[in-house]
Design a protein around this ligand. Structure first.
Ligand code: ACO
Ligand code: ACO
Length: 150
């Protein structure tokens, strides 16, 4: 598997992007301002990683997704380590990520990779998403924000 820049977005990329973030308008908006990468093997896109510079020394993972057939094989963790390398090489000191308060597996993964919780954006998913999101039998309302200093 290699991780490389995305040159042209396909429907495969968008399926992955929307699995991590169902708000197409938000996705379209941050894609224009981000560094975009894909995990790729045997002509197949296995995952996506979108890195948005938010402040002079901060890079945010605004979207990370692995195709369902390839989840649980360590690709997500490799994409996060790749984000840390990109950040270091480009002189960013901090990497941030936000996820749903009901995304227990994702919260596990991010903390395993060294992220610490910093704040809660209350009602983020109520304010920014037209349709109710239900995950792990809970209605998703709040975003948990995490960060790591490199
Ligand atoms: N539920 C439970 N455990 C999980 C989950 C999950 N959803 N995701 C990862 N883990 C655990 C794995 O079991 C593994 O644990 P281990 O190290 O103890 O064996 C560890 O985290 C590493 O997992 P990976 O195999 O590296 O992760 P994967 O390749 O499956 O990718 C990802 C993780 C990207 C979250 C994937 O599950 C996915 O695409 N989910 C759907 C989209 C999504 O939720 N994206 C994140 C939204 S937040 C954002 O984009 C900023
Ligand atoms: N992990 C995963 N799911 C859990 C857990 C857990 N540790 N605890 C409860 N749940 C889920 C159950 O699966 C159930 O889900 P469902 O409604 O979808 O079926 C739901 O939560 C309700 O579970 P109960 O059976 O009512 O909870 P239980 O009687 O097991 O009590 C408690 C929960 C008190 C947390 C118990 O697991 C416990 O004593 N744990 C050890 C001590 C502890 O951690 N206490 C809390 C520390 S924080 C504090 O004290 C303020």
């Amino acid at each position: 598997m290699i991780i490389r820049k995305i040159n042209a977005f396909t429907s495969e990329h968008f399926d992955l992007l929307l699995s991590a973030d169902p708000n197409k308008h938000l996705v379209d908006d941050y894609l224009k301002r981000s560094f975009c990468f894909e995990a790729f093997e045997n002509d197949t896109v296995l995952g996506v990683l979108i890195l948005l510079p938010t402040r002079p020394e901060t890079l945010e993972i605004v979207n990370i997704a692995v195709s369902q057939d390839h989840q649980g094989q360590g690709i997500g963790e490799q994409l996060i380590q790749f984000a840390f390398t990109q950040a270091r090489e480009n002189a960013y000191n901090t990497v941030e990520i936000g996820t749903g308060s009901t995304s227990f597996g994702q919260l596990y993964l991010y903390q395993k990779c060294g992220f610490r919780m910093t704040s809660i954006d209350h009602d983020f998913f109520i304010r920014h998403y037209d349709e109710e999101i239900v995950e792990n039998k809970l209605v998703l309302k709040d975003m948990v924000r995490l960060s790591i200093d490199l």
